[in-house]
Design a binder for this molecule. Structure first.
Ligand code: PLP
Length: 381
């Protein structure tokens, strides 16, 4: 019989660093701590390991090694992709969806202030963009389309191949934010016609503060960080060698397809259990969904209250994306898929990891219905 547990189901916000990753990184802090730009043996060793990490990450998405630029994470990669392309062109039109991560939307807002035109595409009630609408929105001066791969709140996975084909045919660059989907579903830059891809490390049991941007050979970006010529001159600053080595180690471990199968099985089991709760609704696509994501709305309850009660039972959850949790507004993603304020405010996100166990899932399935029914008894709604 389980009582107080420590069940972490907020892996969409961040994950624990795998102990094998920590072990791999350790000597690069205290022994092999050279600067990858230095010419001495410490520097050469750092450079060799940095390039090996670049090779591992490039291979994982079918890219060339030189097409990977290391950054400080998803936010920086997204800023560099959007602003880097825009500023290189100097003017033009950009298309994004309404359910992008805030760092994309706020980069676009900033660009609007600089005179760029942005189209924000609607999504359907599962969170997909409409391909015909995308086609119609591309204009003569469109320079970039950026559409999220796996949505961080509702888990919906857009079809990159189809979007990429549309963009390639019209000679418009295609960027995707793959922070949530990386290693959880296929990303292949050739097959999916991708020009720029954002990746990060801390969603896949790697360290925080590390990410990468795939930039297809030949694409020019205006750097946002001017520095000493690191990362092909596109991103100045001493590379975070230990972090990057940890990132590559995390990628190697996460690439085992068995992890996906396990998360998918546990996710499906929990979806079935939670849907038995009266007046519950799964948000996002059932079919094309991140293997670790569950997002539900419950009538007549506040998501914050559910989260609080779950916390008391030792279960860590989220009511939206971590970055917007501080705001009291209902999630813009849930509003974009057509949810009422009541349903958007009554939402709960549970995100699994490869460390999540069946016992933990069973425990959540047992306590959650009781919490919902208790809250409904007190609900003024
Ligand atoms: C889809 C998506 N994009 C971008 C980010 C930002 O990444 P980072 O935390 O590495 O800056 C996140 C993380 O919350 C995310 O989920």
């Amino acid at each position: 019989m389980l009582f107080r547990k420590d069940i972490y189901l907020d892996n969409g916000a961040t994950t624990k660093v795998d102990s094998k990753v920590v072990k791999r990184m350790q000597e690069y802090f205290s022994e092999k701590y050279g600067n990858a730009s230095s010419l001495h043996s410490y520097g050469r060793d750092a450079k060799e390991n940095l390039e090996n990490a670049r090779k591992i990450i490039a291979k994982s998405i079918g890219a060339k090694t030189k097409e990977i630029i290391f950054t400080s994470g998803g936010t920086e990669s997204n800023n560099l992709a959007i602003k880097g392309v825009a500023l290189f062109y100097g003017k033009g039109h950009i298309i994004v969806s309404k359910v992008e991560h805030k760092c994309i939307l706020n980069s676009c807002k900033w660009l609007e202030g600089q005179g760029f035109e942005i189209t924000y595409l609607d999504v359907d009630n599962e969170g997909f963009i409409d391909l015909e609408h995308l086609k119609k929105s591309i204009k003569k001066d469109t320079i970039l389309v950026s559409i999220i791969h796996g949505n961080n709140e509702i888990g919906t996975i857009n079809n990159l191949e189809e979007i990429g084909k549309i963009c390639r045919e019209r000679k418009v660059y295609f960027h995707t934010d793959a922070c949530q989907s990386y290693t959880k579903t296929e990303i292949n830059v050739e097959k999916q016609n991708l020009d720029l891809v954002t990746l990060n490390s801390h969603k896949i049991h790697g360290p925080k503060g590390v990410g990468a941007l795939f930039v297809k050979e030949g694409i020019k970006l205006t750097p946002l960080n001017h520095g000493g010529g690191q990362e092909g001159g596109v991103r100045g600053g001493t590379e975070n060698v230990a972090g990057i080595i940890g990132f590559a180690e995390a990628v190697k471990i996460a690439s085992d397809k068995n992890h996906i199968k396990k998360m998918e099985r546990l996710r499906n089991k929990l979806i079935e259990e939670i849907l038995k709760i009266p007046e519950s609704k799964l948000n996002g696509s059932r079919k094309n969904r991140l293997c670790n994501n569950l997002n539900f709305s419950f009538k007549k309850v506040e998501g914050e209250a559910i989260g609080g009660y779950l916390d008391q039972k030792g279960i860590t959850s989220s009511t939206g994306s971590a970055c917007s949790e501080a705001s009291l507004q209902p999630s813009y993603v849930l509003k974009s898929i057509g949810l009422s304020d009541e349903l958007a405010n009554g939402s709960l996100r549970l995100t699994l990891s490869r460390f999540t166990t069946e016992e933990e899932i069973d425990y959540v399935a047992k306590v959650l219905p009781k919490i919902i029914s208790k809250l409904r008894k007190f609900s003024p709604l």
